[in-house]
Design a protein around this ligand. Structure first.
Ligand code: NAP
Length: 248
């Protein structure tokens, strides 16, 4: 039976590219999305064209009941996932910390940190060989922002990705002997909708002069690293934070 990959936030951007590459590689794919059913349906159809099973689930990763529902639906329809891609993430409008509301900061942390923790927990409960699972791989989508800091743009977002990095390091040690590898990818400036949600659709173009390779990355270039980390070719890679940023 084909292995199952569970991807959070698969309807657009990096998550959508990962879903399509996973389907092309023969994985059955379960992906979540927050609200954009139209985009999810398009990605689902593209994945199904590869002849694999695809399940889409509307779920807000910051809500525990939604996360439990997501994993239960995946278990029932496709079997326990052996790969989790903890990808869903948000940023908010650009600015300085002095102007950020408590609600904004809370929402960033709820989605990017609490959501990643809840999904990693559910995956660990199922994958750990010490709990009867068959092992697996967790890939957290962090960001280069975790070390750059995103001053005057989104320090809350950057700090949330710092937490994702630390989750990766700690969980890789908790699960290393239980057959589960935990790694993170840290994309730089990637051409997706996320920049428009921060108020500047052309952000990658504006900043590309700061990227040694002179251009933004594509979602596919990040997805290829994720697929490699999920594969047996990365069998001794654990606790790694791998930049995919054109050198930025
Ligand atoms: P994107 O194009 O804005 O897509 C975001 C995806 O996450 C969508 O599928 C969205 O669903 C889903 N989502 C948003 N909030 C959610 C929630 N609360 N619960 C569940 N799903 C939710 O973003 P992206 O650029 O591909 O980013 C994906 C990941 O890469 C994020 O963790 C981001 O921080 C990270 N990253 C991106 C960049 C970059 O330059 N693009 C750089 C570094 C790191 P809907 O379609 O339903 O809204």
């Amino acid at each position: 039976m084909a292995p199952t990959m569970l991807i959070t936030g698969g309807s657009r951007g990096i998550g959508a590219a990962t879903a399509e590459l996973a389907a092309a590689a023969g994985y059955n794919v379960c992906f979540s999305y927050q609200s954009n059913t139209g985009a999810a349906d398009v990605v689902k159809a593209r994945c199904e064209a590869h002849g694999v099973k695809v399940l889409t689930v509307r779920a807000d990763v910051s809500q525990e009941r939604d996360v439990l529902h997501l994993f239960e639906r995946c278990d029932a329809a496709l079997g326990v996932a052996t790969v989790l891609v903890n990808n869903a993430g948000i940023l908010s409008t650009m600015g300085s910390l002095v102007d950020f509301s408590a609600e904004r900061i809370q929402r960033i942390m709820d989605v990017n940190v609490v959501g990643a923790f809840l999904c990693a927990r559910e995956a660990a409960r199922r994958m750990s060989t010490e709990r009867g699972g068959s092992g697996g791989s967790i890939i957290n989508v962090s960001s280069r922002a975790s070390t750059l800091g995103s001053a005057f743009e989104f320090v809350d977002y950057a700090a949330s990705k710092g937490a994702v990095d630390t989750l990766t390091i700690g969980l890789s040690k908790e699960l290393g002997a239980a057959g589960v590898r935990v790694n993170a990818v840290r994309p730089g400036l990637i051409e997706t909708d996320i920049h428009a949600s921060g108020g500047e659709p052309g952000r990658v173009d504006r900043l590309k002069g700061n990227i040694p390779q002179g251009r933004g990355g594509t979602p596919d270039e990040v997805a290829r690293l994720i697929l490699w980390l999920a594969s047996d070719e990365a069998s001794y890679v654990n606790g790694a934070l791998i930049d995919v940023s054109g050198g930025r």
